[in-house]
Design a protein around this ligand. Structure first.
Ligand SMILES: NC(=O)c1ccc[n+]([C@@H]2O[C@H](COP(=O)([O-])OP(=O)(O)OC[C@H]3O[C@@H](n4cnc5c(N)ncnc54)[C@H](OP(=O)(O)O)[C@@H]3O)[C@@H](O)[C@H]2O)c1
Length: 285
């Protein structure tokens, strides 16, 4: 059986190690920058040894995941002596497998395996991982193995070309990270009329969940509701006036997002080209 090891015992490494082990894979070893992180991960898995160095780990595993921060992956890859028959995989969404060139040069198969998921902590990552989509990039014989791992984790896989990875990663940034930014903006607006973030967050969460449910059930463009979808020019003018006087720092982002919402409203069919032109005028002047 393939012996799996992890270099980097953070959120992603922990989630993958724990879940793959639960699915019957043999996770044999972990190493990390600090011994304590490696020990913490190893305690979660039966018969998983702690290695003091990445080299020690690479010497006892056949499939090695480098789950360090992106910027550290090339350095870790360079520091280890790899050999033929090994698979070396990183989990970065933006980088291609080229950053693992030193391992490929030494005869290892290289790949990337990116869980399209948000991991805020090891525990939450472990909970969220199952059922995620995984972006895979690898050459044979590693590619089918990575697809098999994605399926074992009850997820879909998508095979990406190296030149498409940055675009793919940016889409994840919009879907997850910038959603957080939008909620922060909404919380700031609530604070402008005196409601603290915790209370505002509690009030906005059902709206957020309803939106996500609508995206899942009716999809775009029909999930779009609100002033732009209805073409309520008067309401939007009021938004713009208030933003100018009370929250001018949010005016630019409001307008920019408005511009990108017009095509969705048009596609939904509740506004016509004339209304779309009027809306665009409001957002660009
Ligand atoms: N977080 C996400 O939402 C997410 C989602 C998908 C993919 N990813 C990808 O997963 C990878 C890891 O990200 P993460 O969020 O899991 O990072 P993380 O939680 O910060 O964990 C990174 C781990 O790498 C270890 N490390 C740092 N430098 C090291 C070195 N020189 N040698 C060995 N170990 C080292 C750290 O060690 P110590 O704890 O021992 O100090 C830490 O445990 C990245 O490629 C990222 O793009 C992340």
């Amino acid at each position: 059986m393939c012996r799996i090891g992890f270099i980097g015992a953070g959120t992603t490494g922990t989630a993958l190690a724990v879940r793959l082990s639960e699915k019957g894979y043999s996770v044999v070893a972990v190493s990390s920058r600090s011994l304590s992180s490696a020990q913490k991960l190893a305690r979660l898995i039966n018969n998983c040894r702690v290695c003091r160095t990445a080299q020690e780990l690479a010497d006892v595993a056949d499939l090695i995941f480098i789950t360090t921060p992106d910027d550290v992956i090339p350095r870790v890859c360079c520091e280890v002596e790899w050999h033929e028959g090994q698979g070396v995989v990183h989990c970065s969404g933006a980088h291609s497998i080229d950053i693992l060139e030193p391992a490929r040069h030494q005869g290892a198969s290289v790949g990337s395996f990116h869980p399209l998921q948000t991991f805020a902590s090891a525990e939450q990552a472990t909970n969220n991982l199952i059922g995620s989509t995984f972006a895979v990039e690898a050459e044979a014989p590693l590619l089918p193995k990575l697809k098999e791992l994605a399926s074992s984790l009850e997820g879909e896989w998508i095979e990406l070309k190296p030149e498409d990875k940055v675009l793919y990663h940016m889409a994840a940034t919009f879907t997850s990270n910038y959603l957080v930014t939008l909620i922060k903006i909404a919380l700031d607006l609530w604070q402008a009329f005196g409601i603290p973030p915790a209370r505002a967050s509690q009030a906005l969460l059902p709206l957020l969940r309803g939106t996500v449910n609508n995206i899942a059930s009716v999809g775009l463009p029909n999930c779009l509701t609100g002033s732009i979808s209805r073409g309520d020019i008067g309401t939007i003018q009021e938004h713009l006036e208030i933003l100018k006087t009370r929250c001018p720092e949010m005016l630019a982002v409001y307008k920019e997002l408005g511009i990108h919402t017009i095509p969705v409203a048009l596609a939904k069919g509740k506004i016509d080209e004339n209304k779309a032109r009027d809306l665009k005028f409001l957002f660009t002047t």
